[in-house]
Ligand binder design. Structure first.
Ligand SMILES: *Cc1c(COP(=O)(O)O)cnc(C)c1O
Length: 238
């Protein structure tokens, strides 16, 4: 992985966050989809913090970030120990079954449950979990080979076997440079959630969060876009 980002500026992050929130609000307003999460506008912006050193987290909080998502169990532990009280914490990384017990005491939501072994570990370590822990099931909506995620046909059986309440669904659509390419996959995830009465839809990253918001996301997971330092002060103006 690349070096962690440091030297973040509160003002730049606040400006990026405000822009993202305004774009999401506009997307929700113009988009006619029925949101499983209920009322329009209730889209949470989760800051993906895998790129960010623990020492930078107070800067994120000062800029208005309230919900963060970490990808690695050890980094989650380190960052919660340093700054646990600043945020609500989610886990968004690939869930390795032997690390489940390290994650469950700290998080509100695990976005990325996709294997039988993870379900078994959730059952085994249930008493360690934070009260109110819920999960999202990661769905491989496009049926990509080698990609994490439960196949849509297996979703019902998987949800039935979960020892922890399932709040909704999450997906990572096929990589594409074109945000519009994600739209049919986001719409498919929304439909899977709607059919099952599931409220939460975790979908959209820096690259396609506007499309995700249009298609009914209730949580978008944003990294790079938040940490963009912005235009340099003495650069060309246009
Ligand atoms: C890193 C990450 C993100 C954020 O991606 P960006 O492109 O940096 O916005 C979202 N979801 C998951 C699962 C991630 O690992």
């Amino acid at each position: 992985m690349a070096a962690l980002i440091s030297g973040l500026s509160t003002d730049a992050i606040r400006a990026n966050l405000e822009r993202v929130r305004a774009e999401i609000e506009a997307a929700v307003e113009r988009s006619p989809v029925e949101r499983p999460g209920g009322e329009a506008g209730a889209v949470q912006v989760l800051a993906a913090i895998k790129y960010v050193a623990a020492a930078e987290l107070p800067t994120l909080a000062a800029a208005g970030v309230g919900l963060v998502g970490e990808n690695r169990a050890q980094d989650l532990e380190e960052k919660v120990r340093a700054h646990g009280e600043l945020f609500e914490w989610d886990f968004i990384g690939q869930l390795q079954s032997r690390r489940v017990r390290l994650i469950v005491p700290h998080v509100r939501l695990i976005h990325s449950v996709a294997s039988e072994s993870a379900l078994r570990e959730l059952e085994r370590h249930r008493e360690l979990a934070r009260p109110g822990l819920r999960i999202l099931v990661e769905v491989n909506v496009a049926g990509e080979d080698g990609k994490a995620g439960v196949a849509p046909e297996q979703l019902d059986a998987f949800i039935d076997r979960s020892p922890v309440p399932v709040a909704g669904l999450m997906t990572m659509p096929p990589l594409s440079a074109d945000a519009e390419a994600s739209r049919p996959w986001f719409a498919a995830l929304r439909e899977l959630a709607r059919e099952r009465g599931l409220r939460e839809l975790s979908m959209g990253t820096s690259q396609d969060y506007v499309v995700a918001a249009e298609e009914g996301a209730t949580i978008v997971r944003i990294g790079t876009k938040l940490y963009d330092p912005g235009p340099v002060a003495d650069g060309p103006s246009d």
